[in-house]
Design a protein around this ligand. Structure first.
Ligand code: ATP
Ligand code: MG
Length: 415
């Protein structure tokens, strides 16, 4: 099931489903109250309002969308005058965020995307008055459907059929559409991975032929799509794109079989580490992808385990936990088992015991603090050194991690 959306239960959540051909649209596209309220307000002011894009796709798949996007013929300033609380988040591109009953919804004026430069997003947009024209600028047929409670279901590019067939297909000529915005190339693979879909033959051919144009796209947009792709049901779909050298500008290349990626736990940064391990590029990609410090630490930590070795003892496990989180170490160990077929039951057992027994492995976990040592006459650097030595003792014998024993051991330390 695609990550990020919750599984459909018609009786409970009221999301739609592909089964039930004869269901009427209002049941198929049962919308949360605040979404209907938003649409009602826009329609009440004399404009059209449609739910569009990913939310319609998810409803048809029987998944509950994480958010609902609204498309309208009202101009941004008109939307801002309908709702008392709005944020002009993407007003240049026609998007206003409106608050309805404590929820925020993005309302975007029907638009085309103006001219494209260097396979990138347009710098200007043109506002339009017909929903069909807005749907035509969207990337894939499965993302180019709209529903309005009063106006019905619009599916000019047969996205519902492609959803049934499990196919990602561009709206219109794939070469033209990828030429307009090369990010769509990666998005095609992202949706194929997340939804476990195939890619239409012409779409796939154009994507692979034009893969090198991805290098013109900002790394932030690439990174966000890549992370979503890796968190999908079938991240190995990226294999052919890697093989063509489309991601070589990130240092990710080679003809390695990536099927093993699908077996790695579904955590995008673990899978990113595995992808970099399999396809090289760890240095270039880590620098270029501009990961947050936290995510970069996690990827580097997992790569470190993958390129190094398994913890050899419980003591060694604790030593490693001084520089990486429990989560990172465990993910790295699990990834070794999947990739290298190693028996990881012992290291996992040590990690489990350390957690369950709350065994200390860092100075901050010691039951004496710097202040206790200062109070006993130690000063400056000696405090740090004494804490290190106490930790070394406690790593081997966690039962000594109580104030009384630690202070006694302190007396015995040669400082
Ligand atoms: P998700 O559930 O991951 O948010 P989504 O389909 O909502 O998936 P978004 O990236 O949020 O994807 O985009 C919202 C909609 O905007 C898409 O469904 C698609 O119709 C359109 N869209 C987004 N990016 C592009 C693009 N690069 N080119 C054309 N249309 C796009
Ligand atoms: Mg979305």
């Amino acid at each position: 099931m695609p990550k990020g959306s919750t599984k459909f239960d018609s009786t409970f959540l009221g999301c739609g489903s592909l089964q039930g051909e004869d269901m009427n649209d209002s049941f198929k596209f049962k919308l949360p109250g605040y979404v209907s309220e938003c649409i009602g307000k826009i329609e009440g002011a004399g404009f059209q309002a449609w739910v569009v894009g990913g939310s319609i796709r998810d409803l048809l798949l029987g998944l509950c969308p994480l958010d609902y996007d609204i498309a309208t013929d009202a101009l941004p300033h008109q939307i801002m005058s309908i709702f008392p609380s709005t944020l002009p988040i993407g007003i240049k591109h026609g998007t206003v965020s409106v608050r309805v009953s404590e929820n925020y919804l993005e309302v975007t004026t029907f638009r085309s995307e103006g001219k494209y430069f260097d396979n990138r997003r347009p710098s200007e947009v043109e506002f339009l008055s017909e929903i069909e024209d807005d749907l035509a600028r969207r990337d894939f047929t499965i993302n180019a459907m709209a529903y309005s409670p009063t106006r019905g279901f619009k599916d000019p590019f047969f996205g519902e059929k492609d959803l049934e067939k499990g196919i990602v297909r561009t709206v219109g000529d794939p070469q033209e559409r990828f030429g307009e915005d090369a990010l769509r190339i990666l998005r095609a693979f992202r949706f194929a991975s997340v939804l476990n879909f195939g890619i239409d033959e012409d779409t796939s051919k154009a994507a692979l032929d034009m893969g090198s144009t991805l290098a013109n796209i900002s790394v932030e947009r690439i990174r966000d799509e890549l992370v979503k792709l890796l968190g999908g049901a079938k991240p190995s779909v990226i294999g052919p794109l890697v093989e063509t050298g489309a991601l070589a500008f990130l240092g990710i290349k080679g003809g390695t079989d990536l099927r093993v990626l699908d077996k790695v736990e579904n955590e995008p940064y673990t899978r990113l580490a595995v992808l970099l391990f399999l396809c090289g590029g760890e240095k270039v990609a880590m620098r270029k992808l501009k990961l947050s410090n936290k995510n970069a630490r996690e990827v580097a930590g997992i790569l470190d385990v993958l390129m190094g070795s398994l913890p050899k003892s419980k003591f060694d496990t604790k030593k490693r936990l001084q520089s990486k989180s429990l989560y990172t170490l465990e993910s790295g160990v699990n990834a070794r088992s999947v990739l290298l077929g190693e028996d990881v039951s012992e290291p996992l057992w040590w990690i489990k015991e350390i957690v369950e027994n709350k065994e200390p492995y860092k100075i901050s976990m010691l039951n004496v603090k710097g202040g206790d040592l200062l109070a006993r006459g130690l000063s400056g650097k000696d405090v740090g050194r004494a804490l290190e030595k106490l930790l070394d003792l406690v790593l081997e014998r966690p039962e000594l991690n109580n104030k009384e024993d630690l202070l006694r051991l302190l007396e015995e330390l040669e400082m």
